[in-house]
Design a protein around this ligand. Structure first.
Ligand code: GPW
Length: 835
């Protein structure tokens, strides 16, 4: 292919050259011409921006060549629709993927700057809550690395996930103004804006061919402006696009037709429209029936589908083949209104008849379910849904009526089944059930770990499994080793590469070769040394940021994830209190020194989660100041845990806490990131923990607790937490310590809601699992004393994590669901990397 660079640009141009001298020149050039600064008055952020533009210049050629190549020869494209993409900082990742990390580091050093400092400067795009959003980010990384034509579609929230501060032990939320200093990684494409309709009513009419048609007369129209970000593959020429939509007001509609003469009213309308993409909803795993959220979902879905249709039209392709051209993955139900919107576009805007449109639609979508928690299942009040999307509601009625006919034929006279499977919930106030719509409208349905996929078939989606067994598959989640090993843990990555070469970065199964070095004392020593150095790094960071001294020789026991009762951070807290009580009872007790680290945000409206944060901080206050605990126990709550912080945390862990109630954590992905950085896991048989344990070997995993089956049996049999409280003195003492006010300056009321939730409900069976957890933790403490053995187990965890690369997950999706072939991108020699 011919280069799309104008041919008068020189190979060693400041815009593309990658030797040290050129990089330095380019950096200073950008500082001057883009930041409009000279070094003497430059801020750290100016330097960061200058470097970001320098790197961006060096990936544009790949990006544009990829786009051009796809236009010419991509037979089929994956469109990953997700309300969240939790990307993390771009700069370091792009340097790794371009192979420019070392040369740029050197160039910065030559200029008296530290690359580490500049990387620290980047404000991450926190456009997601947790696991689900981060998974989407790992998947677009792997799609690019595997050279798959793919596009990520989502929302360009002006404010991402809130920044967390801790005041007096309580979480305080601060708005995340991530765009404040500009975003060098995105390119606005105002010329590609689209219109999205809301509200109003529909009108039926007969068209010129005598066919019955429907027209949607909206109440308002909002513009969607795409902002594109390149997503580089690791050491490939492929750079895919993440296209995020920003809402803007239309001039014509709101301003002229409706607000003539009312200037302030018009400006108000404008800000109303722009509200749609203003802020990310910070609830993880619990939907909020808010109209604005539904508007966000429809807004980005409609923009994305129109965009795909437009792309096909540009290529002169007929929409009859839409499903051959696109495989659209629905990341949970958040984008599921796409089923109705694609139908509307095909029926109303492109003149298809119902059967043809339905055939295309149901061959296009595939649906991933990420949770079994009932409070996370999205359902929209029918009134709200109908007033925002009158046409879609009619389409959904028609889909439902035809679907229920099918159910009736397969299961005659089973009225209860019809009620359960209906897309419309008619049991009380009426709702649209988004999971039902997703199941009916998709050709594939998957859970995110083996257990989760099995439970889906047995419980939440059981009826749909009986109706369409062939649609169901499992794709176990995975994470990218580029960000979560190479970038975040260079010490470990370099050690591994020095032993087995670097093929593992793209082919994570190659980590197995590390097992050949298990008997190499020297390797084990080096491996241990790396872990200690990384722990020291985190200790230094904690010293600087919190003024708390932690000992790198203690066991780093880490639980970092969103705060949720089902994840049971408070079970971890009960263990800390138990150790505290034991030491108080016997100050000479020989304990294995531990540092307990917690990180995670609570949804702002989730009272119990916020109280758990307060409890952890209150325990920390007591433990960290008690002289009896000195050199034995430390507790730190890490404020504002995000992707950037996670990259410091995973490498430094000895022990990874994966202690959810069995059957509640769909998969987990942090569990994988810890383990591939050499942490051992203490965990329940939940989500992907089961597969991790299988992979690393049961002797290298600390298992405790009830199984999912035992949990449901226990609940069915009438679980009573008091039985455990009354019969277990250590448990009783731990709980009594909390309720007595010991951790709350004598106030017995502060934690009462938490204690009551445990004693009177204990929905997540902490009390039932307590003894098993404590005994398991005792085994952990014992095991950590034999450091040789621990290192051995730790190496085996790293060596056997190959399965959990997101490259494997994406290969599974490709093979079993998407069936999209890879497409090689050629990029002229001069922009290739050399390190
Ligand atoms: F409720 N997950 C998440 F299913 O992070 F939509 N946020 C969410 O809102 C949901 C799920 C939802 C997580 C799961 O809890 C976790 O187990 C899983 O590893 C992750 O999604 C990615 O699949």
């Amino acid at each position: 292919m011919v280069s799309i660079l104008p041919n008068n640009i020189q190979i060693e141009d400041d815009r593309t050259g990658i030797n040290i001298e050129t990089l330095k020149r380019a950096f200073l050039d950008n500082l001057f011409y883009i930041q409009a600064k000279f070094p003497k008055i430059s801020t750290k952020n100016d330097y960061y921006m200058a470097l970001a533009y320098t790197v961006r210049d060096r990936l544009l050629n790949r990006w544009l060549n990829t786009t051009e190549t796809y236009l010419e020869k991509a037979p089929r494209t994956v469109a990953y629709l997700s309300a969240e993409f939790l990307l993390g900082p771009h700069l370091g990742n792009n340097l790794i993927n371009l192979g420019l990390y070392n040369v740029v580091k050197q160039a910065m050093e030559d200029l008296g700057l530290s690359l580490t400092d500049l990387l620290e400067q980047e404000e991450e795009p926190g456009l997601g809550n947790g696991g689900l959003g981060r998974l989407a980010a790992c998947y677009i990384d792997s799609l690019a690395t595997l050279e798959i034509p793919a596009i990520g579609y989502g929302i360009r929230y002006e404010y991402g996930i809130f920044d967390q501060e801790i005041k007096d032990g309580w979480q305080v939320e601060i708005t995340d103004k991530w765009l404040r200093y500009g975003n060098p990684w995105e390119v606005a494409r105002p010329e590609a804006e689209l219109e999205v309709k809301f509200g109003g009513h529909t009108e039926d009419f007969i068209d010129e061919h005598g066919r019955y048609r429907v027209k949607w007369i909206p109440f308002k129209v909002v513009k969607g402006v795409p902002y594109d970000t390149p997503i580089l593959g690791f050491q490939t020429n492929t750079a895919n696009t993440l296209r995020l939509w920003k809402a803007e007001a239309t001039e014509s509609f709101d301003f002229e037709a409706f607000n003539k003469g009312d200037y302030f009213g018009a400006v108000h309308e404008k800000s109303e429209s722009e509200n749609i993409t203003k802020v990310l909803y910070p609830n993880d795993e619990s939907y909020e029936g808010k109209q604005l959220r539904l508007e966000q979902q429809f807004f980005f879905v409609s923009c994305s589908l129109q965009d795909m249709i437009r792309m096909m039209q540009v290529q002169n392709l007929t929409l009859e083949r839409f499903h051959e051209h696109y495989a659209i993955q629905l990341n949970d139900t958040h984008p599921t209104i796409a089923v109705a919107e694609l139908m509307r576009l095909l029926l109303d805007e492109h003149g298809f008849d119902w059967d043809k449109a339905w055939n295309i639609t149901t061959k296009t979508f595939a649906y991933t379910n990420h949770t079994l928690l009932p409070e996370a299942l999205e359902r929209w009040s029918l009134n709200m849904f109908g007033s925002l999307f009158p046409r879609h509601l009619k389409i959904i009625y028609e889909i439902n009526s035809r679907f229920l006919d099918e159910v009736r034929i397969k299961f005659p006279d089973d009225f209860d089944r019809l009620r359960r499977m209906s897309i419309i919930d008619e049991s009380g106030e009426r709702y649209v059930r988004m999971a039902n719509l997703a199941c009916v409208g998709s050709f594939a349905i998957n859970g995110v770990a083996e257990l989760h996929s099995e439970l889906l078939k047995k419980t939440t989606l059981h009826d749909f499994y009986e109706m369409y067994p062939e649609k169901f598959t499992n794709v176990t989640n995975g994470v990218t080793p580029r960000r979560f090993m190479v970038l975040s843990n260079p010490r470990l990555a370099n050690l591994i590469t020095s032993k087995i070469g670097d093929s593992w970065v793209k082919n994570l199964d190659d980590l197995r070769k590390l097992e050949n070095f298990l008997y190499d004392t020297n390797f084990r020593k080096e491996f241990h040394k790396v872990k200690q150095e990384v722990k020291q790094d985190l200790a230094n960071y904690i010293q600087t940021s919190y003024n708390i001294t932690i000992d790198p020789n203690s066991l780093f026991d880490i639980q970092a994830k969103r705060i949720h009762e089902y994840k049971r951070q408070h079970l971890n807290a009960l263990h800390i209190i138990t150790l505290y009580n034991r030491i108080k009872a016997n100050p000479n007790l020989d304990v294995t020194p531990r540092t307990f680290l917690f990180g995670g945000k609570a949804a702002p409206g989730y009272y119990m989660a916020k109280l758990i944060i307060k409890l952890i901080n209150s325990i920390a206050d007591v433990v960290n100041t008690d002289p009896d605990m000195r050199d034995r126990l430390k507790v730190v709550f890490l404020t504002d845990y995000n992707v950037k912080f996670a990259q410091r945390v995973y490498p430094a862990a000895d022990l990874s806490e994966q202690i959810s109630t069995a059957g509640k954590e769909a998969s987990g992905t942090g569990n994988m990131k810890f383990s591939m950085n050499g942490a051992l896991t203490i965990g329940t048989l939940d989500g992907a923990n089961i597969e991790i344990r299988e992979a690393v070997g049961e002797e290298n995993f600390f298992l405790f607790g009830l199984t999912a089956q035992e949990v449901s049996q226990k609940k069915a049999a009438g679980y009573n937490p008091w039985d455990y409280y009354n019969s277990n003195p250590e448990l009783k003492l731990a709980i009594d310590r909390i309720s007595s006010g010991f951790f709350s300056h004598g106030d017995p009321n502060l934690f009462k809601p938490l204690v009551d939730s445990l004693l009177y409900r204990d929905d997540y069976l902490l009390l039932a699992d307590y003894q098993s957890y404590i005994e398991c933790q005792d085994r952990v403490s014992q095991a950590y004393r034999d450091r040789e053995k621990w290192v051995w187990m730790s190496i085996l965890n790293v060596a056997r994590m190959g399965k959990f690369s997101s490259d494997r997950s994406i290969s599974d999706y490709l093979k079993n669901i998407w069936k999209v072939p890879s497409v090689k991108v050629d990029v002229p020699e001069y922009s290739q990397s050399n390190d």
